[in-house]
Design a protein around this ligand. Structure first.
Ligand SMILES: Nc1ncnc2c1ncn2[C@@H]1O[C@H](COP(=O)(O)OP(=O)(O)OP(=O)(O)O)[C@@H](O)[C@H]1O
Ligand SMILES: [Mg+2]
Length: 364
């Protein structure tokens, strides 16, 4: 987004008795980035966010915010949360039960601007989350999703330069969640703000972020633009985690052939890849939407048999067996195939990734 580093984590390690929850983490978040921390439950997302906020103290490492050292284990520096000037919203967002929606949102602004300005700011923030009609209600008179939206409005109202959000949309139904994502994107476009956003929902990460950090057991497996994370997952973990239905992963033998690469499947069939990849036994990763089926034999097509057909509205998901392996294929919704029929499967080479079996890293 810009060349200025906004938040820098260097060698951050956090241990709880008996476990290392964050393991020597480095992360550079640029000014105006919308960074998502994405990963399965328990991988350390909330802990990372709390560490940035100053609510959790790491055992090792340094944190810089706006070129200011806010934490250093070695130098004994640990700025408290209030001095880090970040806006926060957590999984368990607490609204004050004895205050109305209006008061909950205006609370942090009092003393910083005139009453009229506060009133305007509160109304704008509530309008952003479509809650302007509820100003006089108390939290107990709101649904969980509505409370969550008030919490988002409260955070927006303060207009901080850094927003830290922990699954702020988790209580909303699918339609509202989509709408709120659009609001957050719009807000990020309109405001001069850097966002760190925790989610375990890959679709949320793909739709919202400018950069995604995919986490696994306290380490970042890949930090890149979301389209890159989706297209070229850096590790087998990321390949498997990103995508629904999941990426197909198949063992293949890889050898050079006439300046290109020959991939041989366990069924004995092979295809030629028009680029060079280190020889060896690798794992081939290919997404369901990058496979195509034909009812007629095709050259270099893998022969398979339809195991199940799952119409999914905008597309159709086909499960096919190829030898001992099952492949998942996403095809156009018009595609007509039947259970137990033979078909020939080809793939789009541009979207084919190969992973080293040992290191589990992308090799080509
Ligand atoms: N205070 C604590 N004491 C001991 N272990 C903790 C503590 N807080 C978190 N943990 C552990 O640290 C790990 C990471 O927790 P964290 O809350 O960061 O996960 P998360 O990625 O946010 O998961 P979720 O998606 O379920 O919210 C978990 O295994 C958790 O049990
Ligand atoms: Mg969490």
């Amino acid at each position: 987004m810009s060349e200025k580093k906004k938040i820098v984590l260097k060698g951050i390690t956090k241990r709880f008795p008996g476990v290392t929850v964050i393991d020597n983490m480095d992360l550079d978040i640029m000014d105006r980035d919308f960074t998502t921390l994405l990963g399965p439950s328990g991988c350390g997302k909330t802990t990372t966010l709390r560490i940035i906020a100053g609510l959790e103290q790491p055992d090792e490492g340094e944190i810089w915010i706006d070129d200011r050292l806010v934490f250093s284990a070695k130098r004994g520096i640990n700025l408290p949360a209030v001095e880090r000037k970040v806006g926060l919203i957590f999984q368990s967002y607490a609204l004050w039960p004895h205050m109305t929606v209006f008061q909950n949102v205006s609370f942090g602004l009092e003393g910083t601007m005139s009453k009229a300005e506060i009133s305007k700011r509160v109304k704008e923030s509530l309008a952003n989350v479509q809650m302007e009609e509820y100003v006089q209600r108390y939290p107990s008179e709101l649904s969980g999703g509505q409370q969550q939206r008030v919490a988002v409005a409260r955070m927006l109202a303060a207009q901080p330069e850094i927003l830290l959000m922990d699954e702020p949309l988790s209580n909303l139904d699918a339609k509202l969640r989509m709408q709120m994502r659009a609001e957050l994107k719009r807000m990020h476009n309109d405001m001069n703000v850097t966002v760190v956003y925790v989610t375990h929902d890959q679709e949320e990460a793909l739709t919202l972020s400018t950069k995604t950090a995919v986490m696994n057991e306290g380490i970042i497996e890949q930090y890149d633009r979301p389209e890159q994370v989706y297209k070229n997952p850096a590790t087998l973990f990321v390949a498997d985690f990103m995508g629904n239905p999941q990426m197909n992963l198949l063992p293949v033998g890889v050898e050079p052939k006439d300046g290109a690469t020959k991939l041989t499947f366990d069924t004995g069939e092979s295809i030629l890849l028009n680029r060079q990849v280190r020889a060896g036994r690798h794992i081939l990763g290919i997404r369901p939407e990058d496979l195509t089926v034909s009812s007629q034999p095709v050259e270099h097509g893998l022969k398979g048999r339809v195991y199940a057909v799952l119409p999914a509205g905008s597309s159709v998901i086909i499960y096919a067996s190829v030898g001992d392996t099952d492949l998942i294929i996403r095809e156009a919704r018009e595609t007509v195939v039947h259970i137990d029929q033979d078909l020939w499967i080809t793939c789009d080479q541009d979207y084919l990734n190969l992973y080293d079996q040992e290191t589990k890293k992308l090799v080509g």
